[in-house]
Design a protein around this ligand. Structure first.
Ligand SMILES: *[C@@H]1O[C@H](CO)[C@@H](O)[C@H](O)[C@H]1NC(C)=O
Ligand SMILES: *[C@@H]1O[C@H](CO)[C@@H](O)[C@H](O)[C@H]1NC(C)=O
Ligand SMILES: *[C@@H]1O[C@H](CO)[C@@H](O)[C@H](O)[C@H]1NC(C)=O
Ligand SMILES: *[C@@H]1O[C@H](CO)[C@@H](O)[C@H](O)[C@H]1NC(C)=O
Ligand SMILES: *[C@@H]1O[C@H](CO)[C@@H](O)[C@H](O)[C@H]1NC(C)=O
Ligand SMILES: *[C@@H]1O[C@H](CO)[C@@H](O)[C@H](O)[C@H]1NC(C)=O
Length: 504
């Protein structure tokens, strides 16, 4: 045999015994930590540390930015890395307890040594210290990226807003810590149902600064929790099992089933003739724990249960859920995010007339953030993600672990240029992206404004959501009256008919 043939054969054997052709690195859908979302083997980490001038140089737009300076910034964040939900913690504890009872294959015996009750139920869903640190770093970095916005002392002219969930408020606090720098010590000095106040003291001065984090009441937050008020979304998607039929189909399909059987077989103690007794839900929990702990500690023993392609199959299963409930799956999933788009537009417009409003920082959830990405037309796949097109979707744009990890965020960086010209740089997870049809990263203001206006599409929120007068919108009375008439007609039809029409 010739050397070349031998090489080809060797590679073929290596591939057959390995994981097949190299696919993307698996991630953990929405359970992915910020750093875990980075592309391994690249200099992405360094790219995220660049200031705006370095970004401009790297994308070849420095020259056209002569005389431009940052004028303001608006950022929508998902909260930082959090503890697992109570459901995950309970399932995880049950899996561990069963493993300790039955034993597992020697290859994984270190799992039996894991401490019981590692994650107290009391901490479920709350911000993990690693998530606080993620946010602190993002605060430090945005200040380095846009130093011109932070020349003045203090944080006046910046506003901060979370939701009624404590982890978003804690995320804002981590971010503020980062903005204030290592000299500061910020502690919560007062708390109410709609605002938390931090008092920051500094080693170098006796002046203290108060920073406010606003948050709307539960049920009243159309900006960051529009999905909890949008009736049509709740009934048609969120509480409708049929909406996630593709998720169920994939769960029953060959790829996920093969990954499931493989993990169950790997776990079976030596001598067993059957797989280790587990469900597909257990598989999901093990995958979640691998994602969470990779973020908490940098690695997790639970990841060892999955080959990369097995992990990719579970990731697709989880991403399908995100896609069909928070992404492009149904139009309402993202159209209902229009109040947030309107708020971004309002901010950008206000910066032109009010240079004291230096920044606006929002802290929400994946269900805030993923609809925002989709309403802006970002990361759209053709064809749609289905149970039946796993192979063509392996390199999909919509990968929640990549686009919406913990602390994921989208920033609108407004620059004022000579002759009252403005530009907007959009950064997604600190990397420059182009929106709409813009050819430049530092895009002409009008083009970004036009794309956002088109995306918001007049924001007929009440009509879309089947609600009455919750969102008057920026358009005001005219839009509202059309909606009210439709609502009235529908109310009449419904009251005279046992089967309401679909437009209602
Ligand atoms: C499990 O813990 C015991 C006692 O601490 C130790 O002797 C053993 O080496 C550990 N086993 C593994 C696989 O880590
Ligand atoms: C300032 O105080 C913080 C604690 O709030 C401390 O960690 C830090 O080392 C101090 N820095 C200086 C320069 O003294
Ligand atoms: C930070 O401030 C709080 C409240 O004023 C104080 O109790 C705490 O000791 C301070 N921490 C440091 C590291 O200075
Ligand atoms: C597997 O586990 C389930 C639920 O924990 C239990 O009902 C079932 O009897 C177990 N099957 C075997 C073969 O151990
Ligand atoms: C992963 O790769 C192995 C080896 O190529 C293959 O046997 C298995 O079916 C693959 N599993 C999935 C879920 O694609
Ligand atoms: C300008 O922005 C600041 C900071 O957000 C705000 O307090 C002030 O009311 C604004 N002024 C006008 C005229 O809108």
């Amino acid at each position: 045999m010739h050397l070349r043939q031998m090489l080809v054969l060797a590679i073929t054997i290596a591939c057959a015994h390995g994981q097949g052709p190299a696919g993307p690195t698996a991630r953990y859908s929405t359970k992915t930590g910020y750093e875990t979302s980075f592309e391994p083997g690249t200099d992405e980490k360094a790219q995220r540390l660049r200031d705006w001038q370095a970004i401009a140089r790297d994308v070849g737009e420095s020259e056209s930015l002569t005389g431009c300076n940052p004028a303001g910034v608006y950022v929508v964040h998902r909260h930082g890395l959090r503890y697992p939900s109570d459901g995950d913690i309970e399932d995880y504890n049950a899996i561990l307890a069963r493993m300790k009872l039955t034993g597992v294959n020697d290859e994984f015996d270190y799992l039996l040594n894991i401490t019981d009750n590692l994650y107290p139920i009391a901490l479920e869903g709350s911000l993990h210290p690693a998530g606080f640190a993620e946010m602190e770093e993002l605060g430090t970095r945005i200040k380095q990226r846009l130093p011109e916005l932070f020349v003045e002392d203090g944080l006046s002219g910046f506003d901060f807003q979370g939701t009624y969930r404590q982890r978003t408020i804690d995320s804002a606090q981590g971010f503020i810590n980062g903005l204030q720098g290592p000299e500061a010590n910020c502690t919560v000095s007062s708390k109410s149902s709609t605002r938390d106040e931090l008092t920051c003291t500094f080693n170098s001065t006796t002046n203290a600064e108060t920073v406010v984090i606003d948050h709307a009441l539960e049920g009243e937050d159309l900006l960051l929790k529009f999905y909890e008020s949008c009736t049509n979304f709740i009934t048609d998607v969120d509480e409708n099992d049929a909406a996630v039929i593709e998720v169920d189909r994939f769960g029953e399909g060959p790829e996920l089933t093969s990954a499931y059987q493989s993990v169950a077989n790997k776990l079976a103690p030596i001598g067993w003739t059957s797989p280790w007794n587990m469900t597909k839900d257990d598989l999901e929990v093990m995958h979640h724990m691998c994602g969470y702990e990779s973020g908490f500690y940098g690695s997790s023993p639970w990841c060892n249960l999955f080959s990369n392609n097995e992990s990719l199959a579970v990731e697709y299963w989880l991403d399908l859920k995100q896609y069909w409930t928070e992404g492009y799956g149904y139009d309402i999933n993202h159209q209902m995010a229009c109040p947030l788009v309107d708020d971004i537009l309002n901010y950008m417009t206000s910066v032109m007339t009010n240079r004291t409003h230096r920044g606006s920082f929002k802290f929400g959830h994946s269900s805030t953030f993923q609809p925002l990405l989709a309403i802006l037309g970002l990361y759209m796949d053709t064809p749609k993600l289905l149970a039946s097109n796993y192979d063509v979707s392996v390199n999909r744009a919509w990968r929640s672990g990549r686009i919406s990890p913990m602390s994921g965020h989208l920033s609108f960086n407004v620059f004022q240029c000579p002759s009252e010209q403005y530009r907007v740089l959009v950064l997604h997870n600190e990397l420059p992206i182009k929106v709409g049809n813009c050819e430049d990263f530092f895009c002409a203001y009008d083009e970004v404004e036009s794309h956002l206006t088109t995306s918001s599409d007049g924001c007929q929120w009440d009509a879309l959501c089947g609600t009455d007068g919750l969102y008057p919108g920026v358009g005001g009375a005219e839009a509202l009256s059309k909606v009210s008439i439709l609502t009235l007609i529908c109310a009449l039809i419904v009251s005279f008919s046992s089967s309401p029409l679909s437009i209602c």
